[in-house]
Design a protein around this ligand. Structure first.
Ligand code: ADP
Length: 458
């Protein structure tokens, strides 16, 4: 069968483009480790290794009621977290949708909206029942703000730059904790902002609270980032701050920036170069652009479009719907890989329903294989980042757990297995000592635990 042979030939080409050998992975790990150390040594590096001012692990015995506000990307979430000690907690939450206008409107207005949502939440959760807030009870608040901020202390942080499509003016360079405080005062809320954290840091602390073997946290969502606990004596850039050298501090790596601008270490295909060139920030977030949910579907689409141009796919059909940038969501890759039928009916559905295109079985098998190549590369690259932290911290022999969250990790079939295979390819059998697990609700619970830890330190 001629078509089938042709598709198989094409697939071999993409296999060689998207496959990472163990040897190549080990080279990436080495460069990654050096980059992490550089970020700890000097300020303002490409991978900034931001000190979080979260000192050490929670004891697991933290208790009390905490509010948390999570400004992440698509939604604003308000949670009431009741820490019960012994690694247990209860959580009540409400999501409020953010409009595109709010993301671009004046920054103080955005924080006013946060305060307004908090007010509504507090009013509807106050009462005499169990799990309710008592009238007049003062409330500590943890604020999860998942954009790079430089921090000098836990309850303060200057926004370095907006990412993920936000652009609210009068916010970059400002103390976002101070801006939120101003809005809390305006609405006269009985709330005290005690901690400003990043979602990776929250996930790190929340995972450790539940599972003390957790040493690292990684987010696989719209973006990709990691946090871990570092020895203060290994963070030379804050050596003059008078901090106890035997203490430990959480580090928000902002590792999505690895290999930005120089493009020396990561294997980029021409499709990756197109994604980068046509993005709103070319050159930036080079590692993230190969891994995260925002980009994997687009990489796949670009390969498909190349084969359309070469006259290989969809002959005689109108493909205009597939030609729109970012029309092919990463969730489609997930769906294609999880199709259980021999005929690949799910893939028929995707192409007819969303793109008005007929597919042959050989094409569908090719699309599925392509999705696997792209997501496998993403998973294996993240193994390299995890491996860099693990080997630098000496966790390989005793082993550790990695708390992970985000749709790509939670919903993509086999993504976790591929990370684990990658770790074995890098470390050999010892790689099995490193295991990832889904961190439940890290950003909400984490900020509550950190608020509790902060209170205890005062
Ligand atoms: P965020 O990072 O914004 O907090 P998520 O963790 O949900 O939110 O990540 C959103 C990203 O996950 C989007 O880029 C989307 O394309 C991708 N995504 C959504 N559903 C799936 C899925 N089923 N499989 C893989 N990726 C998905």
């Amino acid at each position: 069968h001629a078509t089938k042979r042709t598709m198989a030939d094409h697939l071999r080409k993409y296999e060689s483009l998207f496959t990472l050998t163990p040897q190549r992975m080990r080279m990436i790990v080495e460069a990654f480790t050096e980059t992490l150390d550089l970020g700890l040594a000097k300020p303002n590096q490409i991978v900034p290794m931001i000190p979080t001012w979260v000192f050490g692990w929670p004891t697991g015995k933290e208790t009390g009621d905490y509010l948390s506000l999570d400004l992440g990307g698509t939604n604003l979430r308000v949670c009431l977290v009741t820490l019960q000690g012994d690694g247990k907690f209860e959580i009540t939450q409400t999501k409020y949708r953010l409009t595109e206008e709010q993301k671009q409107d004046d920054g103080q207005k955005l924080f006013d909206f946060c305060a307004e949502c908090l007010q509504t939440f507090i009013e509807s959760n106050t009462g005499d029942g169990p799990g309710e807030l008592k009238p007049g009870q003062p409330l500590p608040l943890g604020f999860t703000f998942s954009y790079p901020c430089s921090q000098d202390r836990i309850d303060h942080g200057e926004l370095i730059r907006w990412t993920k499509g936000f652009g609210a003016p009068n916010t970059e360079g400002q103390d976002v904790a101070g801006m939120l405080r101003k809005s809390l005062e305006k609405y006269q809320l009985r709330v005290q902002l005690t901690a400003l954290i990043n979602d990776t840091t929250g996930t790190l602390i929340a995972s450790h609270y539940v599972n003390p073997r957790t040493k690292v946290a990684v987010i696989f969502g719209t973006g990709c980032n990691a946090a871990y606990m570092e020895r203060v004596k290994s963070i030379p850039k804050i050596a003059d701050r008078g901090i106890d050298m035997d203490a430990e501090m959480g580090i928000n790596c902002e590792w999505g920036a690895f290999d930005s601008f120089e493009h020396e270490h990561l294997p980029r295909t021409k499709y990756d170069a197109i994604v980068d060139d046509s993005s709103n920030k070319p050159g930036e977030q080079a590692f993230e652009k190969l891994i995260s949910g925002r980009y994997l579907g687009e990489i796949c689409r670009l390969v498909i479009c190349e084969l359309i141009d070469e006259g290989v796919l969809f002959l005689g059909q109108n493909t205009y719907k597939l030609e729109k940038p970012y029309c092919f969501d990463t969730a489609f890759l997930s769906l294609m890989e999880s199709d259980p039928t021999d005929e690949l009916l799910m893939i028929i559905g995707i192409f007819t329903h969303f793109f008005a295109l007929e597919t042959t079985l050989a094409e569908r098998q090719f699309f599925r294989a392509l999705a696997k190549l792209i997501s496998r590369r993403a998973a294996r690259l993240s193994s390299c980042g995890i491996a860099a932290i693990v080997s630098k911290m000496g966790y390989l022999d005793e082993g550790c757990s990695v708390g992970a969250d985000g749709s790509l990790y939670n919903k993509y079939p086999g993504f976790a297995d591929r990370i684990h295979e990658g770790l074995v390819d890098i470390f050999g059998d010892k790689g099995r000592n490193i295991v990832t697990h889904h961190a439940e609700d890290g950003s909400g619970v984490g900020s509550a635990i950190i608020a509790a830890m902060t209170k205890a330190r005062r």
